[in-house]
Write a protein that binds this ligand. Structure first.
Ligand code: URP
Ligand code: ZN
Ligand code: ZN
Length: 472
């Protein structure tokens, strides 16, 4: 078993920061020690297999991205990252755990789909991974499957209030799934947009000849997000199921979540980097077909309405609890499927590699504290999705998932392919980031260091998750 000592860094957890050395023994953290500690009078650096000098750098728990879609069959195609390429890209960006989604479309058997996704991921992931399960048409068999899946460590289920005929569950189906979750302790994750409302506006816009990417955003107004968020909260209040709203982009949806939390409900929300930085006017409304790169749902919101600042504020005040990527990458030829009809553009942005850096910009600009950064990218995802203790913390006994982050480094998400995701562009091209992921350690193995990927596909293990550790 390899022993590693990370020396001279500032160890940051959500509760504070301290100058300390981190001793790793095999796959786990053995000790957090005062800098320069000795063992029976002997310099520790002499007795370990490897030493990583983190002087002037932050030593943080590895990033946990609880919302990714590797190889997702969606919009008539597949998300372009495989579990292998996507987890390698994640590692480059300082993420050491993902939670991906098993997809069950209408008519499919949830447990058969679960077995399929286990097969896809087995032996291919470079970092540890867990699964949520998507349920579309919630049938009696789906409710039984929810109990089985919780027993397997799949303790959260995503339902959709949009994408009629594809993924949408009606309110009665959502109700029964929530009743089951209230019973077995699982968390319901909700794609909260009013699908019927949106589908009607889409048809109206297309009939008027409005086919450009920007109309994707215009067809999915904030009112349709707020209404669905409110409805999901009412169903959660009635059933007492824990509810987690995914990819929140509208400030009005945040207000719904905040109100529910003020009323003592187990209601939570995440946002994603694009909603913090990008807008309907600038990116989605870019000339020609350029906006297709930024088509995702919920959509980018108008900067004139100030959603972006309100999302940052919600992250500070814990009205929103974390930031995932909703990584769902498509190449340009896949986005081309929607030339002449925005409704056919595959929905999704690829960014699993950039979340840790992009959120660190919030520290640089004073939007969030250093500790809140660590909380948003690692601690809360671990607690929310039943992994805390093993993941999301630097403490003895935890998995040695560690990132050495250089606040004086720089990351250019340059033009051309400077990233490692399986995409022929990046929505973040041209973004300059203060800070740099220097070293990434996954369960004691150095997988990124010195600008090189040193890990391997198949290193990642499936995580059987507990129930949420974040409930009131
Ligand atoms: O546009 C998105 N969000 N694509 C991924 C699927 C989903 O709804 O999360
Ligand atoms: Zn969604
Ligand atoms: Zn998603």
């Amino acid at each position: 078993m390899t022993t590693t000592l990370i020396t001279g860094g500032t160890v940051v957890n959500s509760t504070g920061r301290v100058l300390a050395d981190v001793l790793i023994d095999g796959e786990q953290i053995a000790a957090i020690l005062p800098p320069g500690s000795t063992l029976l009078g002997t310099d520790l650096t002499a007795s370990v297999d490897q030493v990583i000098d983190a002087t002037g750098k932050y030593v943080i728990p590895g990033g946990i991205d609880p919302h990714t879609h590797m190889e997702m069959p969606f919009g008539g195609t597949f998300a372009s990252d495989t579990f292998e390429t996507g987890t390698i890209a994640a590692a480059w960006g300082g993420t050491t755990t993902i939670v991906d989604f098993v997809v069950q479309y209408a008519g499919e058997d949830p447990l058969t789909q679960y077995a399929l996704w286990q097969d896809k991921a087995a032996g291919t992931c470079a970092i540890d991974y867990g699964f949520h399960q998507i349920l579309s048409d919630v049938q009696p068999a789906s409710l039984d499957a929810m109990d089985t899946l919780v027993g397997e460590g799949v303790t959260s289920f995503k339902l959709f209030m949009a994408y009629k005929g594809v993924l949408l569950s009606d309110d009665g189906q959502i109700l029964t799934a929530m009743q089951k979750a209230a019973d077995n302790g699982a968390t319901i994750m909700m794609h909260a947009e009013n699908g019927s409302w949106i589908d009607t506006v889409v048809q109206q816009l297309l009939a008027e000849g409005k086919t450009d990417p920007v109309y994707h955003g215009i067809s999915r107004p904030w009112q349709a997000e707020e209404e669905a968020t409110h409805r999901a909260i009412m169903l959660a209040d009635y059933t007492k199921a824990p509810l987690y709203i995914v990819h929140v982009s509208a400030k009005q949806a945040v207000a719904q979540i905040a109100g529910a939390r003020d009323n003592g409900l187990n209601v939570f929300g995440e946002t994603c980097p694009q909603y913090l930085y990008m807008s309907l006017e600038e990116q989605l409304g870019a000339p020609g077909f350029e906006g297709a790169k930024y088509v995702c749902s919920t959509p980018l919101r108008a900067r004139a309405e100030n959603h972006q600042d309100m999302l940052w504020q919600a992250l500070r005040t814990n009205d929103l609890q974390l930031v995932s990527t909703d990584h769902c990458p498509f190449c340009l030829n896949q986005k081309d499927m929607g030339r002449g009809n925005f409704a056919k553009i595959p929905n999704g942005i690829g960014q699993v590699e950039h979340r840790v850096d992009l959120l660190y910009q919030g520290v640089v600009t004073g939007q969030i504290s250093l500790e809140r950064w660590v909380e948003l990218i690692s601690v809360t995802p671990a607690r929310m999705f039943g992994m805390y203790g093993k993941k999301g913390v630097l403490a003895p006994g935890a998995d040695a998932d560690v990132v050495v982050y250089d606040p004086n480094g720089h990351t250019s998400i340059g033009l051309g392919k400077t990233h490692h995701m399986n995409m022929d562009y990046s929505a973040w091209e041209g973004f300059e980031v203060d800070g740099h992921v220097d070293t990434v350690i996954s369960r004691g193995s150095v997988i990124v260091d010195g600008g090189q990927f040193l890990g391997r596909a198949g290193h990642g293990r499936f995580i059987r998750r507990d129930l949420s550790q974040y409930l009131i």
